[in-house]
Each structure stands twice: as structure tokens, then as C-alpha cells.
Design a protein around this ligand. Structure first.
Ligand SMILES: Cc1ncc(C[n+]2csc(CCOP(=O)(O)OP(=O)(O)O)c2C)c(N)n1
Ligand SMILES: [Mg+2]
Length: 187
């Protein structure tokens, strides 16, 4: 289903150090977000990615320029890992105009066209068909790009997920479906 790529994972010492820094950035960011949420400085929802850092950092290591990603509401780590600014994400969490959605979207609703990050979705499983749509566009354009569509174990029984698998297989779409099995469903 995924377009064949010739590049191999980089495993030099520098690369490993970089991956470690990325994971640590996510962990520290989330610890701070949790603290601010507890203090009432973050409005709305705030789902942390603590414990799952290696999933997105590992997959981003395999991504190439122009590849797309879309995920659920547990999205802070994905944004940091694809190169979005920690300041911009934190500004959004705290409802400031400098945030990625000008402070109107909050934790679950941030986007970056520049970094090919397509959200941030609160409806469980809804990002999966969106991911297939992004991949359909890339296939149509023939640009060789791949979409990473992340979803949780709690979303894995949603009907639209299976409909998407079916269409992705039929149309041979360049999409990687990633189930992040944290063994809980939101809480
Ligand atoms: C369509 C829909 N049904 C129910 C909910 C309520 N809900 C919010 S999170 C969640 C559980 C999702 O679990 P999972 O996909 O494993 O994500 P995790 O929180 O573990 O990252 C549910 C049922 C929702 N947001 N959308
Ligand atoms: Mg889960």
C-alpha cells in the first residue's frame, strides 16, 4: 500500500541523540502542559502524550519532506515531532493569539500547512478517512508523498476506520495507518 522508498533509517550517534532530544522535548512539554492545566491556565481539554513519545519520533524519522500527518486529539507530541514550534503550540494551549489557531482552537485543534500537519481531531476515528483523503490527493498528483494517519486503540472499532482501510486498499493509497495502543480510551 505504501510507495516503495529506498532510504534507510539513520542510526548514527547524532541521529540517535536527535531522536532522544525530540522525545525529551515532548516529555518536558507535556509535563509543563499538565502543570498549567492543573493550575487552570489551559482552557478546554488537554490530552497528554506522555509515554508515547517514541511512537511519533520513530515514525517521523522515517518520514520525508512533504509527507503529511493527521492524528487524534492527543496531538501535542505529533506537532512537536513534525517541527512545529513549541512556543506556538503552548501559546495555543493557553489561548493566545500567537497560537497555531490564533488561540481559538486549543489543544485538539491545531494545524500547520507549512509542516503538513492536518490536526488535531476530537471526533474519535474521524482523522482516519481524512488521512486517506490526503493520501488520495497525493496519489492523484503523483508526487510520491506519504500520509501518516494515527489513531488510538479505542478508535480501532469505529466503522469509518474499516471503510477507510477498504478504500485505501482498493485504491492503493500511499497511507500508513498507525494504531497507538496505549491500552486505554482517553482515561
Ligand atoms: C465519535 C466519538 N465517539 C466518542 C467520543 C468520546 N471519546 C473521546 S476520547 C474516547 C476514547 C478514545 O480512545 P483512543 O482512541 O484509544 O485514544 P487515547 O485517548 O487512548 O489516545 C472516546 C470514546 C468521541 N470523541 N467521538
Ligand atoms: Mg487508547
Amino acid at each position: 500500500m505504501v510507495a516503495k522508498r529506498t532510504s534507510k533509517a539513520n542510526v548514527t550517534k547524532d541521529n540517535l541523540l536527535h531522536y532522544y532530544r525530540e522525545m525529551l522535548l515532548i516529555r518536558r512539554f507535556e509535563e509543563k502542559a499538565g502543570q498549567l492545566y492543573g493550575m487552570g491556565l489551559i482552557g478546554g481539554f488537554c490530552h497528554l502524550y506522555i509515554g508515547q513519545e517514541a511512537v511519533v519520533v520513530g515514525l517521523e524519522a522515517a518520514a520525508e519532506k512533504g509527507d503529511k500527518r493527521v492524528t487524534s486529539y492527543r496531538d501535542h507530541g505529533h506537532m512537536l515531532a513534525c517541527g512545529m514550534e513549541a512556543n506556538g503550540v503552548m501559546a495555543e494551549l493557553t489561548g493566545r493569539s500567537g497560537g497555531y489557531s490564533k488561540g481559538k482552537g486549543g489543544s485538539m485543534h491545531m494545524f500547520s500547512k507549512e509542516k503538513h500537519f492536518y490536526g488535531g481531531h476530537g471526533i474519535v476515528g474521524a482523522q482516519v478517512p481524512i488521512g486517506a483523503g490526503l493520501a488520495f490527493a497525493d496519489k492523484y498528483l503523483g508526487n510520491g508523498r506519504v500520509t501518516f494517519a494515527y489513531f488510538g486503540d479505542g478508535a480501532a472499532n469505529q466503522g469509518q476506520v474499516y471503510e477507510t482501510f477498504n478504500m485505501a486498499a482498493l485504491w492503493d493509497l500511499p497511507v500508513v495507518f498507525v494504531i497507538e495502543n496505549n491500552q486505554y480510551a482517553m482515561g
